[in-house]
Write a protein that binds this ligand. Structure first.
Ligand code: ADP
Length: 267
């Protein structure tokens, strides 16, 4: 039996992409899409780099909203689908662009989801990219297996795992790490999001999700994977996400924006 033709097609299509990075989380709601968008902006702010953001969180594509692209649709180009550009060097493709309305729940079954993932990996015309960030669904599902399978042979650097400091989220990080090890995806590192909150009035820092056994940094050390940094809980992040604005541009001097720049440099 020869190589799977789909893997070969995806590989060929993504030859013009230097680095592919998957963003994973064990749970929904930990800020995976927010972190993916923030990292995409941070990479793109480094002028010379061409960046792509692919959102294949099929059941809850939130990238169009966060990137200010709600209502956009997939455009056909000569040889595939064209990304929608938020900046000259930052293109986005999302499952959300295929939905007639943002409220449409995507409740497709497995084979259809896998077909769609394949199509997204195979048919988007990214052009020359330095970085392609892929926002995946939460957990480890069939979709992740498809992604891992189709990307065999492409330039996958590895996975970034997003968690909150909360125990229940940290426990799932182990599952993500196990999954990556099983399918042979290297682990770039773990990011702790929603880590601490500084009250804008009294300036005191509080832990919203106090970890009982140490935070993501301790877990990463225990599991022998790199820890990439902490991003604080900042109401401005939520506000910018809702308004589809770049948090890094709106509040560049905030501790959270600085944290993004520091984290991205470690990737
Ligand atoms: P996921 O992709 O993991 O489901 P989202 O990125 O959609 O999670 O984030 C969930 C919610 O939390 C969103 O409303 C988002 O604006 C908010 N959020 C994420 N990270 C932060 C943060 N560091 N500070 C404040 N709000 C955040």
């Amino acid at each position: 039996k020869g190589p799977d033709p789909d893997i070969e097609i995806v590989k060929h299509k993504l030859l013009s992409v230097q680095h592919i990075i998957l963003i994973l989380s064990g749970k929904g709601g930990v800020g995976k899409s927010t972190v993916t968008s923030g990292l995409a902006h941070a990479f793109a702010a480094d002028n010379v780099q061409n960046v792509g953001l692919l959102d294949i969180d099929i059941c809850g594509p939130s990238i169009p909203r966060i990137m200010g692209l709600e209502g956009e649709q997939v455009h056909q180009s000569g040889s595939g689908w064209s990304p929608v550009f938020v900046e000259e060097n930052l293109g986005v493709m999302s499952v959300g662009f295929l939905l007639a309305s943002p409220d449409d729940a995507v409740i497709w079954r497995g084979p259809k989801k896998n077909g769609l993932i394949k199509q997204f990996l195979r048919d988007v015309d990214w052009g020359e990219l330095n970085y392609l960030l892929i926002d995946t669904p939460p957990g480890t599902s069939d979709e992740h297996l498809s992604i891992a399978q189709y990307l065999k042979g492409s330039n996958v650097d590895g996975a970034v795992i997003v968690t909150t400091p909360q125990e229940i989220s940290l426990l799932d990080v182990r599952k993500e790490i196990n999954f990556c090890q099983k399918v042979g995806i290297p682990i770039i590192g773990v990011i702790e999001n929603m880590s601490g909150f500084v009250c804008p009035k009294c300036k005191t820092e509080s832990q919203i999700f106090p970890p009982t056994t140490g935070g993501a940094d301790k877990m990463a050390a225990d599991l022998n994977v790199p820890f990439l940094g902490k991003i604080p809980l900042d109401p401005q992040i939520g506000k910018c996400c809702d308004e589809g604005k770049s948090f890094l541009r709106e509040v560049p001097d905030s501790p959270a924006a600085k944290a993004y720049h520091m984290v991205y440099k470690k990737i």
